[in-house]
Write a protein that binds this ligand. Structure first.
Ligand SMILES: [Zn+2]
Length: 511
């Protein structure tokens, strides 16, 4: 499968940065119930990841090649992402709307660079019923074209600006490999599209969303990221400037987790988005687009999971705590106690589930461990005699001093609240320590190339910003720039080629 570098910057995350494909295509043996157990994460991340997604019942493979089914638990995870992002969009003045799934070919081709970037992976509808269409319809790979046409109709005067709209939608990009959340033909995302009267406002919007994404990734998904500007080669097709957040996965590959594009007047000119300004002059608007897709969930899963399965940060957890009764043959008081405690906790605003199924507690423990529920509450006859329960935290491993603690029933809401906050903090701290440990700096060319080749992590160098230089590094190591950041030393030279440096860049292989 060929990917032009410029196409690695679709809103919501690149489809591919590195040239090499290291993940196996799903075999039938690994689909669905055939997964017996989860292989060790450190040995084979891709096998671990696929098994964890399937065994946690986030997704199932479907009879449609390239498309997965989001099962209820997986959809619950997606809904948490939606809730947190949607609240942030609305708090910053954005509104939701919905646009058509199909885009007539004549509209899609108007922005030349845009269509060139997307053409290789657009799915086309050529027939409706038994009738051949006179014009092909693209199944949207992204919605700039259809939204641009509508904005042209809606905008007349500077008083109509800005327009700040977000769409929650599915999009389709023809893919050969299938990997839950990371690479699927149809995927879920949000795409924001805004129009402004000035270049300054459009740039402010682009950066505001970049910061919103960084805040969500770090403070909700607990995934630390580098946020910054993209190189010209990694820019969204048709954008003036692209910004992104980039996370580092345990295998040393970067995952682009959200992008925000300043489109300048390129799309406004292609789609004729004009307005009469206060000075009566007719001007083209300045537009932006930005997106996060469900690949963010893939990043969260890979970042936090362990050999027992997922570890979901509490703020993203569809279920924050699961209650499990321990029933003795002549004593099933724990069942009622779990039911009552679950009600109390629900009333107190927690997302909990009482697992009252007829099964061994140990079996239930490992099942909820796989699903990554942050806290398990165990109640047995002996606990009830003392009016206590045991709280076990999923982020710790067995044997850790603070993995389990006995808590008075009356104190559980308070303790649970603190525990969830602590787990959230702790998961982020672990991931942050990993990112810092695997961010390496060098000024030596050979060492730089070796670090890129061996996937040492985010390799931070002084960089010339020349596309030829980036292409040459990619050719020899599969690594590309992820984001650029500030250069303090104006006399520095590019570590990769020796030309004068203009910026600093994090290089890494990427998903
Ligand atoms: Zn260079």
């Amino acid at each position: 499968m060929q990917f032009a570098p410029s196409r690695s910057n679709f809103p919501g995350g690149g489809r591919c940065g590195a040239a090499r494909e290291t993940w196996p295509v799903m075999s039938d043996a690994l689909t669905g119930a055939a997964v017996k157990e989860i292989p060790p994460k450190a040995v084979d991340l891709s096998a671990w990841y696929t098994a964890a997604c399937l065994k946690a019942e986030l997704v199932s493979y479907s009879p449609v090649r390239g498309c997965v089914v989001l099962r209820p638990y997986g959809f619950g995870l997606w809904e948490k992402l939606q809730q947190h992002l949607d609240a942030r969009f609305k708090a910053t003045g954005h509104e939701n709307a919905y646009f058509p799934l199909f885009i007539p070919e004549s509209l899609l081709v108007r922005e030349a660079e845009h269509v060139e970037g997307f053409a290789p992976e657009v799915a086309w509808v050529t027939q409706g019923g038994s009738e051949k269409l006179t014009e092909r319809l693209a199944v949207r790979p992204t919605s700039e074209a259809i939204i641009g046409v509508m904005y042209a109709q809606w905008i007349e005067s500077y008083r109509d600006l800005p327009i700040l709209i977000n769409q929650w939608a599915n999009v389709v990009r023809w893919e050969k490999a299938t990997r839950p959340f990371l690479r699927t033909m149809e995927f879920l995302w949000q795409e924001g599209h805004t129009a402004h009267a000035t270049a300054v406002e459009a740039r402010e919007e682009t950066l505001k969303i970049l910061e919103l994404y960084r805040d969500f990734a770090e403070n909700v998904a607990a995934v630390p990221v580098y946020a910054g500007r993209k190189s010209a080669g990694e820019r969204f097709p048709g954008a003036v400037e692209t910004y992104a957040i980039e996370a580092l996965m345990p295998d040393g590959k970067a995952l682009q987790s959200g992008t925000s594009h300043d489109l300048g007047q390129n799309f406004a000119k292609a789609y004729d988005i004009k307005f009469v300004d206060a000075d009566r002059a007719i001007k083209h608007a300045y537009t932006t687009s930005w997106g996060v897709s469900w690949r963010m969930l893939g990043g969260l899963i890979m970042t936090h999971g362990d050999d027992r399965g997922l570890r979901i940060p509490p703020k993203m957890a569809p279920i924050e705590a699961v209650l499990i009764p321990i029933v003795r043959s002549n004593d099933d008081r724990a069942v009622d106690a779990c039911r009552q405690l679950a009600e109390r906790l629900t009333d107190a605003g927690f997302r909990v589930r009482a697992d009252l199924r007829d099964a061994q507690p140990g079996w239930k423990y490992s099942e909820w461990d796989i699903r990554g529920v942050p806290v398990r509450i165990e109640i047995g006859p002996r606990d009830l005699d003392g009016e206590t329960a045991v709280l076990a935290r999923r982020d710790r491993t067995k044997g850790d001093a603070d993995q389990r603690r006995t808590v008075a029933l009356a104190q559980i809401p308070v303790v649970l609240r603190e525990l969830l906050e602590d787990i959230q903090r702790s998961l982020f701290a672990q991931a942050k320590a990993f990112l810092e440990k695997h961010t390496v700096t060098t000024t030596k060319r050979d060492e730089f190339l070796e670090l890129c080749r061996t996937r040492a992590g985010m390799v931070d160098i002084a960089w010339c910003e020349r596309p030829e230089c980036e292409a040459s590094v990619k050719e020899t190591t599969s690594a590309t720039t992820r984001v650029l950041h500030h250069l303090d030393d104006s006399s520095a030279v590019c570590t990769a080629c020796g030309e004068p440096a203009k910026t600093r860049a994090y290089f890494a292989q990427s998903y």
